[in-house]
Design a binder for this molecule. Structure first.
Ligand SMILES: *Cc1c(COP(=O)(O)O)cnc(C)c1O
Length: 227
């Protein structure tokens, strides 16, 4: 089932790219495997997936040593400062950096381990109470402060759009995030690039790609619903 689902998602991504003038190589599919057993991840791996997204540190720590070494792990969930030490050096990209204290902790740990950590700044574009992320208004200031820290590099922005079954509803949020990334890129801040735009999930990844996503995070569409 996972292999068939993956084929469908990949086809959708290809068709969307073709229709909206994007190259399919510009869009990375991250398979969001949270709560799913190792066999499911292995099936996705055999079907060619190398990017996996998880939202809990403990689950990542359990899964990382059990999967092949060429997997790129993405931390996409809210991160507490006291868990940073477990992640740094283990994951390819932390998508969920939403405060200066969290970034400072990542910087401290990366410096201690003598590694470089790539991060995205998470923006709560829709201003939902239930979601983490800096506001659109505060994002630039946060990026400027984080950019000064050693041991980490800002690669772009991430957002989680509101849950909807009408993906068109989220188009404006994706547009706002993309515009923000263009605005920040124009500032030419040292140690900041805006190459990555992580937006779009099972319900809205097509719209996100139309609006410029370079990473889509798809869970249910690949692995089926979570318990
Ligand atoms: C769970 C999760 C996803 C995947 O959601 P689906 O709707 O199952 O595709 C994507 N991004 C984040 C941050 C998540 O927590």
């Amino acid at each position: 089932m996972i292999q068939e689902n993956l084929e469908m998602v990949r086809k959708e991504i290809e068709m969307t790219c073709a229709r909206y003038g994007r190259r399919k190589e510009e869009v990375t599919l991250i398979a969001v495997s949270k709560t799913k057993p190792l066999e499911d991840l292995q099936e996705a791996y055999r079907a060619g997936i190398r990017d996996f997204g998880e939202n809990k540190v403990q689950e990542l720590m359990d899964k990382i040593p059990r999967m092949p070494g060429d997997v790129r792990w993405h931390m996409i969930g809210h991160l507490q400062r006291n868990k940073v030490k477990y992640l740094v050096g283990k994951v390819s990209l932390i998508h969920s950096v939403d405060s200066l204290p969290l970034a400072q902790e990542i910087s401290r740990e990366a410096t201690k381990q003598n590694v470089e950590t790539d991060i995205l700044v998470q923006v709560n574009v829709a201003g939902e109470q239930s979601k983490f992320g800096t506001s659109l208004e505060e994002a630039l200031t946060l990026v400027q402060h984080i950019s000064l820290l050693p041991g980490l590099h800002i690669k772009g922005l991430m957002t989680i759009a509101p849950y909807t079954d009408q993906e068109e509803d989220n188009r404006t949020y994706f547009r706002f995030l993309r515009q923000l990334s263009v605005d920040i890129a124009q500032k030419n801040i040292d140690n900041v690039n805006m190459n990555v735009l992580s937006m779009g999930m099972t319900g809205d990844y097509r719209t996100a790609i139309q609006e410029g996503a370079t990473c889509v995070r798809v869970g249910t569409g690949i692995f089926g619903s979570r318990n």
